[in-house]
Design a protein around this ligand. Structure first.
Ligand SMILES: *Cc1c(COP(=O)(O)O)cnc(C)c1O
Length: 420
């Protein structure tokens, strides 16, 4: 086909009764022009127009199958929610809710009340507050407690989390002044002690989350920092990153932090929706709640419903929280899943190393198994319905079975068959 053989937008959309037809036809023709210039055949343009119309109507944000072996994958929406958490979202959001109404008195209530007692019970803290995410929790804590004053933090903890989120930048935005102590690899308790002055508002500890310094390295234990803070009458704020409520080897639990205020994410190892949770001393939490930024950073009702649904499971059946279940499944279970997928797709089983992801336990290697297929399937599977995301390595596509549910296996096998 030559450029001059291409139909006009009018010709291509003739007989197509669809308000998006003109926009879709322009896209199809533009792509065809590029292909012809590159020496390729654009093929059946009418079929392409219908394909383009279908994709214009399809939701952009949708479910994908995570065959990457990373449990909390930030690009794939972090934690999948438990059925019970989703049910609470549907139940409270499809109609009206008592979001800010106290049903016993009939007067105005606070959206924070729904989660406060659950969080107190699960963490042992005096008070709790929920905002949009952990970055917001940090911003609010620093603005409310340290604006115009100094915050002492170790140089070994001035981390970047991902997508350019840097602790020093958040500190600057909060209006607090950063006082760095120690070095990248070694900070001692007395470094903090020496830096404390009349302008000090608080000590900040940031969990190293997504990296580790090994070798000649030293950081004071958080208990030592808590003791120093207490001696000087200053609060210690602990940014835990991942909020672990049910013990997981290698990660500190929220309950065990001796800090006056602890901040953590809802959608990392906690296994809930995106949220930033602050727990700690009632008087400090109250200062955060009263700060004007709180109104701008608060969580919405969908997140609060999903978080309450998730936290309730911690009391009754934590094994029903997907992230915890996947983290605790044994290797033979994952291997059996990979073997079934390999049998259905004529693939081979390979041992792999899975990861927790989401800035938690960066060194933890979770034994896992994948179904190996030809690399050429990676792109069509990613473009399929549902999209399946694996790992391309050494000319092979590895479909890691660590983060797959048993019921995903047949669906992935169908997706593979559709691509062949
Ligand atoms: C992930 C992380 C954050 C940011 O949390 P979000 O919920 O993604 O905003 C902040 N601090 C630490 C230590 C983290 O690991």
């Amino acid at each position: 086909m030559e450029l001059r053989d291409l139909p006009s937008v009018d010709e291509l959309t003739r007989g197509v009764d669809d308000p998006l037809a003109v926009e879709a036809a322009r896209t199809v023709l533009e792509r065809a022009r590029e292909e012809i210039r590159a020496g390729a055949e654009p093929g059946d343009l009418a079929a392409r127009l219908h394909g383009e119309l279908r994709s214009l109507r399809a939701p952009s944000l949708r479910r994908v199958v995570n065959a990457t072996g990373v449990l909390v994958h930030t690009n794939l929406g972090r934690a999948p929610l438990a059925a019970e958490a989703l049910a609470q979202v549907v139940e409270t959001a499809r109609g009206y809710s008592n979001l800010e109404l106290d049903l016993s008195s009939g007067s105005r209530g606070s959206r924070q009340d729904h989660l406060a007692s659950l969080l107190r019970r699960l963490t042992g803290a005096e008070a709790a507050l929920v905002v949009n995410n952990n970055a917001a929790a940090m911003l609010l804590a620093l603005a409310a407690l340290a604006e115009g004053r100094e915050v002492i933090v170790s140089r070994g903890e001035l981390i970047e989390i991902g997508d350019g989120f840097r602790i020093p930048d958040v500190l600057a935005r909060s209006g607090a002044r950063l006082v760095e102590v120690g070095t990248t690899n070694r900070t001692r308790a007395r470094d903090y002690e020496r830096a404390i002055g009349a302008d000090t508002a608080l000590l900040l500890r940031v969990h190293q989350s997504n990296f580790r310094v090994v070798g000649f390295a030293e950081q004071p234990r958080v208990e030592e920092l808590a003791a120093i803070a207490a001696r000087h009458g200053l609060p210690l704020v602990d940014d835990l990153g991942s909020g672990v409520l049910d013990p997981i080897p290698g990660e500190p639990t929220v309950r065990d932090s001796p800090a006056d205020l602890v901040c953590f994410s809802g959608d990392k190892l906690l296994g809930g929706p995106q949220a930033g949770i602050v727990v700690g001393r009632a008087e400090l939490v109250e200062r955060l709640r009263r700060h004007p930024l709180q109104r701008a950073l608060r969580a919405d009702k969908l997140s609060l419903a999903a978080l309450e649904g998730t936290l309730r499971l911690y009391l009754e059946a934590p094994e029903r929280i997907p992230v915890l279940r996947m983290l605790r499944q044994d290797a033979p279970t994952v291997r059996a899943r990979a073997e079934r997928l390999a049998a259905l797709t004529a693939g081979t089983v390979e041992g792999t190393v899975g990861r927790v992801g989401g800035g938690a336990l960066p060194l933890a290697e979770l034994p896992s198994f994948a179904c190996a297929l030809d690399e050429s399937l990676a792109a069509p599977l990613r473009g399929g319905d549902p999209p399946v995301l694996g790992i391309v390595r050494d000319g092979k596509l590895l479909l890691d079975c660590l983060a797959l549910a048993d019921e995903d296996v047949d669906e992935v096998a169908h997706a593979v068959a559709a691509c062949r």
